[in-house]
Design a protein around this ligand. Structure first.
Ligand code: ATP
Length: 189
């Protein structure tokens, strides 16, 4: 049975951390593809850029990697798009086992998500380490959950948005085409 990685997020903007994680998890767990799923109407997060803009940036970030795909599924779903609903929908469309990629920061918040137990049953959760979130501490450990060995990468979209606002150079933190897009569209000013 083919394995597919599902990588949800705001991607505002997508950064090299996202790409390093996606490639690392793909190889570590022998996945066929990684499907990037930009959040349309995130229940927990404040949205900065429009869905279209974030999708375009993901497209630019993954171009040239045939193993990375963009899914617009959240736009086709109505209302708040909870991860459990997205996973259920994706399972109807994709024949294979779904590996849901979650950063350690998000995993810590899993109890605030809708139906976390169901989510854990519906797919294989893969938690990726993130600086500041200790994966070996009890709360982050759980039977049935995989943790990846991707490197610790101290990059966040929040930091990138702040840097752009302050006029700092974000080269090498985001892929070049994303950098050019952010400049051209004058995002995060
Ligand atoms: P923000 O700073 O706006 O919260 P972010 O950098 O966390 O954004 P998201 O698009 O919200 O990026 O992240 C999508 C997924 O990738 C989440 O599961 C998040 O935990 C994970 N992730 C993002 N950056 C990293 C990183 N540097 N290390 C590990 N996981 C990460």
């Amino acid at each position: 049975m083919n394995r597919y990685g599902i990588f949800g997020g705001l991607f505002d903007p997508p950064h090299l951390g996202h790409l390093i994680i996606a490639q690392g998890v793909l190889e570590e767990f022998g996945l066929k593809k990684i499907i990037f799923v930009p959040a349309y109407n995130p229940p927990h997060k404040h949205r900065y850029s429009s869905y279209r803009v974030r999708c375009r940036m993901v497209e630019l970030a993954i171009e040239g990697n045939a193993n990375f795909l963009l899914s617009g599924i959240e736009e086709r779903m109505s209302g708040k798009t909870y991860t459990i609903e997205v996973v259920k929908r994706l399972k109807q469309e994709i024949k294979g086992r779904l590996y849901l990629i979650i950063g350690a920061d998000q995993w810590l918040e899993i109890k605030t998500w809708r139906s976390p137990e169901k989510l854990i049953r519906e797919c294989q959760v893969v938690v990726v380490p993130r600086p500041g979130y200790e994966l070996n501490k009890g709360i982050l450990r759980r039977k049935g959950i995989l943790t990846s060995h991707t490197p610790l990468i101290d990059i966040s979209s929040t930091r990138i948005r702040k840097m752009v606002k302050q006029g700092a150079n974000i080269r090498y933190l985001v892929p070049e085409p994303v950098l050019r897009y952010i400049r051209r569209q004058r995002l995060y000013r």
